[in-house]
Design a protein around this ligand. Structure first.
Ligand code: FNR
Length: 181
């Protein structure tokens, strides 16, 4: 199974990027996940959507070729960061590469409930016609709080409860993707 992980933070020491890299490595026996970051994706502009910049084309090709997407969203001002919304806008237009493609949402923050609101908004967007992605939620919602205390220097997640939870969720996700593809 091929998965792309889309990270909604472009900063070097992003906790969400660390979580994505950890998931890719820890669960490589379940799926092959390429982590995609968004620093080279230009602002969405309808004037150029039919001949989008190369960075956008290759981003969309990678998403199109994947069996599923795992989203790693920070929370900015109670919602998703603009870079993530911008990427979603590109994905939703011309060739709608997300339609029907299963999703799972995760988020890491320093607070306890950080990313809950951003994730709720992302679920809503996943239901929109241009994205229309079936997603695994409910008990499988991954909210990694106090994330800055949970990684070691090598980027390993050291919190056993979180690792065990991720193990359960990713197993459920593989089953969900198989049912939805
Ligand atoms: C934040 N942060 C934040 N956290 C939160 O739980 N709720 C929020 O509404 C916000 N708002 C917010 C706005 C802006 C502009 C910034 C820069 C930060 C804190 C944020 O969750 C924290 O910086 C995370 O570490 C960001 O994710 P990455 O970059 O570590 O992946």
């Amino acid at each position: 199974m091929k998965v792309v992980g889309i990270v909604g933070s472009v900063r070097k020491d992003s906790l969400n990027k660390a979580l994505a890299n950890f998931v890719a490595k820890q669960f490589e026996h379940k799926f092959e996940m390429e982590v995609l970051t968004l620093e080279n994706i230009p602002l969405y502009n309808q004037d150029i959507e039919n001949d989008a910049p190369q960075e956008v084309k290759s981003f969309k090709e990678k998403v199109a070729a994947a069996d599923a997407v795992i989203w790693f969203t920070p929370e900015y001002n109670g919602t998703m960061p603009g870079v993530l919304v911008n990427a979603i806008d590109w994905l939703s237009r011309v060739n709608r590469v997300m339609v029907g493609k299963p999703s799972l949402v995760m988020g890491a923050s320093m607070g306890a409930l950080g990313t809950v609101k951003a994730q709720a908004h992302l679920y809503d967007v996943l239901r929109s016609p241009g994205i229309d992605s079936p997603f695994l939620a409910g008990a499988n919602q991954v909210v990694v709080g106090a994330a800055h205390t949970k990684f070691d220097e090598q980027g390993n997640l050291t919190d056993d409860n979180t690792v065990n939870f991720l193990d359960m969720v990713t197993t459920n996700f593989v089953e969900f993707v198989e049912k939805n593809n």
